[in-house]
Ligand binder design. Structure first.
Ligand code: PMP
Length: 308
């Protein structure tokens, strides 16, 4: 093997931190907003990190054998990450997901050879979780990865995303803005930042209502609360409207040259809201928004033209 070359699993992480220069116009130079470009992971999302952590830990503990079956529920990105790792690391994937998950996702999953179990769209990601629990009970030899309750999920972010952000901001990060899905990104990175950059605020962002278009994110009050969620980790809880996320996605493409996904739009919008508050208060700030995935995952959605 060539020195410096990597396996797919090793190519996950160490994503760029990109400074926003246009959406931040009018803010003082001392207030900076950065996008953590998680769409640049080999599977195209932040969930590559959690999936790698979950699979490697399960292989090490003997919960998943070579050639064995991994079962989980995913609204898409974790599923794509497992699907990518399955041929690379030698296991089979059975994935429960709502039948209304977008076509790009289903086609991507099938292209990696994953077996899809489609669940009731009215029950959203909770329907997929309930189906996975049922299948797990009926098939005890399968490894049920259970990303919502698996500590390897948040630990992957504690081990990778957290240290990367401290290094990339030279410890100057003042606000870490993360979405709430399984909560792994917020819990793991948040814990690392609390320990290593005590002045940094951990900001958890949720959709503003149970009926929202922020794919991958959860409205905690009305959803099954993930077992790995600890309400003590975030310093702040904020909400974002789907329309504002859509508008921010459109602006990021046209003004910054960054094609981001919808939850990323919600997190960048929240980062800009914080930037304005900090500027008004006369404080310097280094704000990082996790950009969980890229806009190419949502090209068949209808929000791209509105208001543009
Ligand atoms: N945004 C998108 C697009 C996602 O796929 C996910 C994962 N469900 C999240 C945000 C939330 O990340 P986490 O599961 O780490 O809370």
């Amino acid at each position: 093997m060539l020195r410096g070359s990597q396996t797919v699993a090793e190519a996950i992480g160490n994503t760029p931190l990109i400074r926003l220069n246009r959406l931040t116009q009018g803010l003082p130079d001392s207030v900076e907003v950065y996008a953590k470009a998680e769409w640049m992971n080999p599977g195209g999302s932040v969930k590559d990190r959690a999936a790698r952590g979950i699979v490697l830990d399960a292989l090490e503990k003997g919960q998943l054998a070579a050639g064995g079956v991994l079962l989980d529920a995913s609204s898409g990105n974790t599923g794509i990450a497992y699907a990518m790792l399955a041929p690379a690391l030698g296991f089979k994937l059975k994935l429960c997901l709502p039948s209304n998950a977008n076509e790009e996702r289903k086609k991507t999953l099938r292209a990696y050879g994953a077996e899809l179990i489609l669940t009731d769209p009215a029950l959203s990601s909770d329907g997929a979780i309930l189906k996975a629990r049922e299948l797990s009970a009926a098939n005890p030899s399968w490894f049920y990865a259970d990303q919502y309750n698996n500590d390897s999920n948040w630990q992957a972010h504690y081990q990778t995303t957290g240290p990367e952000l401290v290094e990339q901001t030279q410890g100057k990060i003042t606000h870490f803005v993360a979405g709430i899905g399984t909560t792994g990104t917020c819990m793991g990175t948040g814990r690392y930042l609390r320990e290593n950059t005590p002045l940094c605020q951990v900001v958890a962002v949720q959709p503003d209502s149970p009926f929202h278009g922020l794919e991958g994110m959860k409205h905690l009050e009305s959803a099954i609360v993930p077992g790995i969620y600890d309400g003590e980790v975030p310093h702040q809880q904020r909400v974002c409207q789907t329309e504002l996320a859509h508008e921010t996605v459109r602006r990021m493409g046209k003004e910054e040259g960054l094609l981001i996904g919808i939850s990323a739009g919600a997190l960048v919008a929240t980062a800009l809201e914080i930037a304005n508050e900090e500027a008004k208060a006369g404080r310097a700030a280094t704000i990082v928004a996790i950009c969980c995935d890229g806009g190419s995952r949502y090209l068949s959605d209808h929000f791209w033209e509105e208001g543009s």
